[in-house]
Design a protein around this ligand. Structure first.
Ligand SMILES: NC(=O)c1ccc[n+]([C@@H]2O[C@H](COP(=O)([O-])OP(=O)(O)OC[C@H]3O[C@@H](n4cnc5c(N)ncnc54)[C@H](O)[C@@H]3O)[C@@H](O)[C@H]2O)c1
Length: 334
């Protein structure tokens, strides 16, 4: 990648963004982070990376960053992502995931920044009619979170038609794992993801692990998901940036492995790899959980030659275990 040297990373102190920042820096690309720190952690990024504490909805701040750092492209991670919270408070999600980022797009237009990568999600599909799910599968999001992400994808297509911003929306399936050296990883509050929850139970930080739904139509009755290690997610962003720089027009890709792992299999793997047993309490299904969410990742593989390298369950769990056991309080005391 020759011409995209300065990248604005919104939400860059969050779980995935903070990893991306390091991956960019390793490549010799200069990231600048814009984060409200509402959910992110200052300590999750190295001191030498410029951090602007602010909101993507503040157009003046965004414009100043784009101009001051001569930004070539934006990776837009900033957003809210709790599905249940979005059901309780849909407007919060519409404002933060659709309306505020419009200011980001306006600032980009004004500054002449032409490329953006957007963190979209499997939640845009809703209950799958076909598995594995291809990108052209019907989009029927069941949560306001999914609606907000799909709406922003649509908004991006408007800017594409105006020929001001070309973008690639990456629909992540289940992001997971930690940096391979265990130095940084997932520190969401509240935590809702299965792997950190089970690991914290294995560590004795939680009394029991709740397994929701054991009567789904899957091989062992528990939900089946497609887990993608953050290292692989980040490499997908790199190939997407490269593609935009080389003239690829606005597009959408699943980022996933195409392999499903059930909740029971995840729990068993965590018990085996950590050599810790812990109580698992079976609970009824949660509303809105599809039985299987597994992607067809062929499009990104064939278009960009991307393929996951770290998304086997062994690497996912052992990296997460290393992170959680060496940082039992997340970034709090770092
Ligand atoms: N984690 C997953 O499994 C997953 C799956 C699919 C999609 N995604 C998407 O990827 C993105 C990153 O996810 P994550 O797990 O790193 O989340 P995260 O909460 O760890 O990081 C998001 C960051 O964005 C910041 N932020 C939120 N709203 C902001 C705003 N208006 N202005 C400035 N900063 C703001 C937060 O402070 C936080 O640091 C999100 O957009 C999410 O919807 C995540």
């Amino acid at each position: 990648m020759n011409d995209l040297m300065n990248i604005l990373v919104t939400g860059g102190t969050g779980y995935i963004g903070s990893h991306m920042v390091r991956v960019l820096a390793r490549k010799g690309i200069r990231p600048v982070v814009l984060d409200s720190l509402e959910h992110g952690h200052k300590a999750s990024i190295p001191d030498q990376i410029p951090l602007v504490v602010g909101n993507v909805g503040d157009k003046e701040t965004v414009l100043r960053i784009l101009q001051e750092y001569t930004i070539d492209a934006v990776i837009h991670f900033a957003g809210y992502l709790l599905v249940e919270e979005s059901v309780r408070d849909p407007i919060k999600y519409m404002v933060n995931n659709i309306i505020r980022p419009v200011s980001l797009l306006e600032a980009m237009e004004e500054a002449g920044v032409r490329y953006l990568i957007f963190s979209s999600t499997a939640a845009v599909y809703g209950f799958p009619e076909v598995v594995p799910i291809p990108e052209d599968h019907p989009k029927n999001p069941v949560s306001p979170y999914g609606v907000s992400k799909l709406s922003f994808e649509h908004l991006l297509s408007v800017y594409s038609r105006k020929k001001t911003i070309q973008s690639i929306s990456l629909r992540y399936f289940n992001a997971c794992g930690a940096s391979l050296d265990g130095e940084y990883g997932e520190a969401h509050d509240p935590e809702t993801h299965i792997i950190p929850l089970a690991i914290k139970t294995a560590m004795g930080h939680r009394k029991e692990f709740f397994l929701y739904g054991t009567d789904y139509e899957t091989r062992d009755g528990t939900c089946e998901r497609d887990y993608i290690h953050i290292e692989d997610l980040c490499s997908a962003h790199l190939v997407a940036l490269d593609a935009l720089a080389n003239g690829h027009q606005t597009d959408v890709f699943n980022v996933a492995t195409g392999r499903g792992i059930t909740n029971k299999e995840v729990v068993e793997a965590i018990k085996n790899i950590t050599q810790r047993d812990f109580p698992v309490i079976e609970k009824p299904r949660r509303p809105g959980d599809p039985n299987i969410l597994v992607a067809n990742p062929q499009k990104i593989m064939t278009t960009f030659g991307w393929k996951p390298q770290y998304s086997d369950i062994q690497t996912i769990v052992s990296s997460a275990w290393k992170w959680h056991t060496t940082h039992p309080h997340g970034y709090e005391h770092v």
